[in-house]
Write a protein that binds this ligand. Structure first.
Ligand SMILES: CC(C)(COP(=O)(O)OP(=O)(O)OC[C@H]1O[C@@H](n2cnc3c(N)ncnc32)[C@H](O)[C@@H]1OP(=O)(O)O)[C@@H](O)C(=O)NCCC(=O)NCCS
Length: 147
């Protein structure tokens, strides 16, 4: 068994593992969307695998030439080990290879760690979407230009 982190495209058999991580990380759940990401954005829907276990995922989507990080999460036992950074960088590289140079995302105003994570990766805050989440919390909208 290898100790390296493997980043690879999501496969349907990863579905339950991705949902488990999603449920542990977020209050809002859209399991139906993940198979759509697989069908429509397979190149930017990635998982991180360590010792045969799925430990994180990123769902990047593309619409009309613009990229969006729909969701990223790392299992709580594996956070702060650079796995999120590797996933995010891999998706940014794929966007770039598709000539997508503008990427957006939304993050909860209270999610300071994710906000710090995105800032560290060159995203800048460009505004607030009031009441974006179903519990009424605002979203901070962030943007990154890929050069
Ligand atoms: C956000 C998330 C994906 C980051 O993944 P990760 O593998 O833990 O991130 P990395 O180890 O690559 O972290 C790199 C940087 O992110 C920031 N960061 C990550 N987790 C952090 C935390 N809990 N507190 C503060 N900063 C944090 C730091 O700047 C860190 O840099 P440092 O190690 O030099 O301090 C992960 O914390 C997660 O799954 N969070 C829950 C789900 C979530 O909020 N997703 C984003 C929704 S918009």
């Amino acid at each position: 068994m290898t100790d390296v982190i493997i980043i690879r495209k999501f496969k349907p058999r990863d579905f339950q593992k991705v949902l488990d991580i999603e449920y542990q990380a977020f209050n809002e759940h859209r399991p139906d969307l993940y198979m759509q990401f697989y069908e429509l954005n397979a190149d930017t829907f990635l998982v991180a695998e360590w010792q045969g276990e799925i430990v994180g995922f990123i769902a990047g989507i593309e619409l009309n030439g613009i990229g969006k990080v729909f969701s990223i999460a790392v299992h709580r036992n594996y956070q702060k080990k650079n796995i999120g950074s590797i996933l995010l960088n891999a998706t940014m590289c794929t966007f770039k290879s598709k000539k997508i140079n503008e990427v957006y995302l939304e993050v909860r105003e209270s999610n300071y760690s994710a906000y710090g994570f995105y800032k560290k990766h060159g995203f800048v805050s460009i505004g607030v979407q009031p009441g974006y989440y179903s519990d009424g919390e605002n979203a901070v909208v962030m943007k990154k230009i890929l050069y």
